[in-house]
Design a protein around this ligand. Structure first.
Ligand code: SF4
Length: 233
C-alpha cells in the first residue's frame, strides 16, 4: 500500500484515541458471546488449559482436558505419575514433551511455594516454569483483574489493521494498547478482537463489506461513503 494512501486512510478515520471506545462498543454489541473458548472449572484447570493451548487450538485443548481433568485434580496428581504417562495424556496438544516438563515444574513450584494454589500476581505467575507473559495475562484476565492485555495472533493483526499500533513485537503492541485502552476494557478487548478476527477480519480475506468497524478502520477495503448497511443486514 502506497504511503500516501495509508496517510490518507488514517486521516479519514481520525485519531486512535477518539476511535478506541466506539470500536470496543461496536464489538461488544457485535460479539456479546465473546469469551474465552477454553473449558475449566477452577484456577488450576485454567492455568493448565492455557499452558496446553500454545501452538494448538482451544477446541483441541478442550478435547484433551475433558479426560485429563478427571484424572488430574490437584498439583500432586501431576507429579504422582511418570513423566511418560503425563506426556501420553497430553500428546494430542502437540509439543507434549516440553508441555509435560513445564506442567511438572509448575506443579512442583505450586506445592513448594504457593501452598498448592495458583498465585494471583503477574510476577509470581511468571516464575512458574513454562509460564510466559501471555499465559499469565490470560490467567489474570479470566479472574477479572487484568494487569495487561493479551496479545495473540488475532489481537496483533487487528490492532495493526485498525491502526492502534505500528509495532510487530507482541510486548510492544501490548505496551501501545495499555496506553490507549481504558482499563475497564482490558479483560474484554482480547476476546473481542479474537472473535472478530475469526468471524470477520480474517487473516487472508478480511470481510470489510460486512464489518461494523469499516468506517473506523484505516485498512478497510470499503471505499469511504459506500453504504454497507445492506451487506451487514
Ligand atoms: S474494516 Fe476490514 S480490515 Fe478493518 S477491521 Fe474490519 S474486516 Fe478488518
Amino acid at each position: 500500500m502506497a504511503r500516501s494512501y495509508v496517510r490518507e486512510a488514517r486521516r479519514r478515520v481520525g485519531p486512535k484515541r477518539r476511535r478506541i471506545v466506539p470500536i470496543i462498543q461496536r464489538l461488544l454489541a457485535e460479539h456479546p458471546d465473546a469469551t474465552i473458548a477454553l473449558t475449566f472449572r477452577n484456577d488450576l484447570e485454567l492455568l493448565v488449559s492455557v499452558m496446553l493451548s500454545a501452538q494448538t487450538t482451544d477446541v483441541n485443548v478442550n478435547r484433551v482436558t475433558q479426560r485429563l481433568f478427571e484424572k488430574y485434580r490437584t498439583p500432586h496428581d501431576y507429579l504422582a505419575v511418570s513423566p511418560e504417562e503425563l506426556e501420553n495424556d497430553i500428546r494430542a496438544t502437540g509439543f507434549f514433551r516440553q508441555k509435560a516438563k513445564s506442567l511438572r515444574g509448575t506443579m512442583a513450584m505450586l506445592l513448594e511455594e504457593f501452598d498448592g494454589q495458583v498465585p494471583r500476581k503477574m510476577d509470581e505467575l511468571l516464575r512458574l516454569p513454562g509460564v510466559a507473559r501471555k499465559t499469565a495475562n490470560v490467567v489474570i484476565a479470566e479472574r477479572g483483574q487484568a494487569e495487561g492485555i493479551v496479545v495473540d495472533t488475532h489481537v496483533r493483526r487487528l490492532s495493526q489493521r485498525l491502526g492502534l499500533t505500528r509495532q510487530e513485537d507482541p510486548v510492544k503492541i501490548e505496551r501501545d494498547l495499555v496506553k490507549l485502552v481504558p482499563r475497564e476494557y482490558w479483560n474484554d478487548l482480547p476476546h473481542l478482537l479474537i472473535w472478530h478476527g475469526r468471524r470477520v477480519c480474517i487473516a487472508r480475506a478480511p470481510r470489510c463489506e460486512v464489518c461494523v468497524l469499516n468506517d473506523l478502520c484505516p485498512a478497510s477495503r470499503v471505499e469511504a461513503g459506500t453504504d454497507t448497511s445492506h451487506a451487514r443486514a
